[in-house]
Write a protein that binds this ligand. Structure first.
Ligand SMILES: *Cc1c(COP(=O)(O)O)cnc(C)c1O
Length: 475
């Protein structure tokens, strides 16, 4: 009864607001008028509000629960930015408005570019890409434009480590490159011998996710950059998870040539649910001329869009990019000074290591070393009474926690990737660890309980095979 869809709750004649009988107008052409009334649910306003309010409460959300979704940086994003990012002068600007009418928007774009340059040490940034993966594509096409300009026509390969985010090889492939995968070393970082063996005059770029997907910093990155450059290739850094590095390290200092950031995740735009994103791409001086046009530039007191960039790879997105997300990133970087940003990264790292250390002995990290902003556990069913990672994740829902990312990264068997972020309190982390400890005890006392979880949710364990093979899209 409680879960009936509104269409099933419909009772003929029930209404919410009653309007005066609409006057009949004859300005609509007769053939465009509908012949019969639409089939809409008939409900009172009260029942409708309750229905949708209850539905909203059946979802997990960052505003309601701890959301330790690894690789997604589900942190607190100031609510004030919600209003700032939809201010009418930005939101209502016409895409074809002349530059003189959108000086404010251009100024903010310009200043955000400058701020991103400062935190990464790179020479130029474009704000066009609409997501992280789109940023990667932009970055790798920038690499191609660079090699084309240098007549490096034999460079047809992109080397990707197995600790890279899955979008990295997909991007290289989409950009027309052959992907060369290299295995990581036993410590979870790049295997330098494997890298050296893969590098050749066919290599266009090496793509590294930093921190990598097992939550570790590539400790030899400086040396790796030298190897890459010696081979005549460029070093691409996937900086989507910059929350771990912001204020602490500048990628330009360790030899990165091109990189992207995710304004969603690190810079105050919520990530998840596939909402609009922004994946700015930065480049070192020798690669900057190949970034997409237009570039936002400052001429005297005026801001202008420069389309005259002869070596640019072209346009990657119509108009200005996702301005609402750009605005949020701008607010974030203007609100906090360098020290606070550094503190944000340090707290994110501290929180991940706190969770990792507290769980040790019950749920162990796959690589037993200090991690960056997230820790990756591996839950071995043969030692856990047959319980799998998915079971533990589902049981966490019963305890009121959104489940962490599971079965990613692929190189960790039965992975559970926990990213607490800097915005969670010690009390919350203790409560989360406490829930996992209780689940650990349940695994040995009553494994079936964990295996059949969740027990308290609106929807219990889903038959994933049927859901994929015979999806009911009209429930
Ligand atoms: C999230 C993420 C991406 C992709 O970003 P999207 O905006 O989802 O396309 C790429 N790399 C890493 C490391 C990420 O965490």
């Amino acid at each position: 009864m409680e879960n009936l869809l509104s269409i099933e709750k419909s009772k003929p004649g029930r209404r919410g607001v009653r309007f005066e009988q609409a006057q009949k107008h004859d300005y609509l052409p007769q053939n465009l008028l509908r012949a019969s009334a639409p089939r809409l649910p008939e409900m009172s306003e009260f029942d409708t509000v309750r229905h949708f309010t209850r539905l909203s409460q059946e979802n997990y959300s960052l505003d309601g629960q701890f959301y330790p979704l690894g690789s997604c940086t589900m942190k607190y994003n100031p609510k004030a930015y919600d209003e700032l990012s939809v201010l009418a002068p930005f939101a209502n600007a016409h895409p074809f408005a002349p530059e003189s009418a959108v000086q404010g928007t251009l100024q903010i774009m310009y200043e955000l570019q400058e701020l991103l340059k400062e935190i990464t040490g790179l020479a130029a940034f474009t704000l066009q890409p609409a997501a992280g993966a789109h940023g990667e594509l932009t970055g790798i096409l920038t690499v191609r434009a660079y090699h084309d300009a240098h007549k490096n026509t034999s460079r047809c390969e992109v080397i990707v480590s197995d600790t890279a985010h899955g979008t990295n090889p997909a991007t290289a492939n989409m950009a027309g490159y052959t992907v060369v995968n290299i295995k990581s070393a036993a410590d979870g970082c790049v295997d330098k011998q494997a890298l050296q063996a893969a590098l050749s005059d066919k290599t266009a770029a090496v793509m590294l996710t930093v921190p990598n997907t097992v939550g570790l910093f590539e400790k030899d990155i400086r040396e790796i950059a030298d190897m890459v450059h010696k081979a005549g290739a460029l070093l691409y850094m996937d900086g989507a998870n910059f929350n771990a590095l912001i204020g602490l390290a500048k990628p330009a200092d360790f030899g990165v040539d091109v990189m992207h950031l995710n304004l969603h995740k690190t810079f105050a735009a919520p990530h998840g649910g596939g909402g609009p994103g922004s994946g700015p791409v930065g480049a070192a001086k020798h690669v900057a001329p190949f970034l997409p046009h237009p570039m936002v530039e400052k001429k005297g007191d005026a801001y202008t869009l420069n389309d005259e960039i002869p070596q640019s790879l072209g346009k990657m997105k119509a108009f200005y990019g996702n301005i609402a997300v750009v605005l949020r990133g701008y607010c974030y970087l203007r609100q906090f000074d360098a020290n606070t940003l550094k503190n944000i990264a340090e707290k994110a790292i501290l929180n991940a290591n706190y969770v990792r250390a507290k769980l040790k002995g019950k749920f162990d990290a796959f690589f037993d070393v200090n991690c960056m902003h997230e820790c990756v556990l591996s839950i071995d069913p043969s030692k856990m009474n047959g319980v799998h990672t998915a079971d533990v994740a589902k049981r966490l829902l019963d305890y009121g926690f959104y489940a962490p990312t599971i079965y990613f990264p692929l190189i960790v068997p039965e992975a559970m990737m926990i990213e607490p972020t800097e915005t969670e309190s010690k009390e919350m982390l203790d409560a989360f660890v406490g829930a996992l400890e209780k689940i650990y005890d349940e695994i040995f006392a009553n494994p079936q309980l964990v295996h059949d979880a969740p027990h308290t949710q609106v929807v219990s364990r889903i038959d994933e095979v049927s859901a994929a093979r015979q999806p009911n899209l009209r429930w």
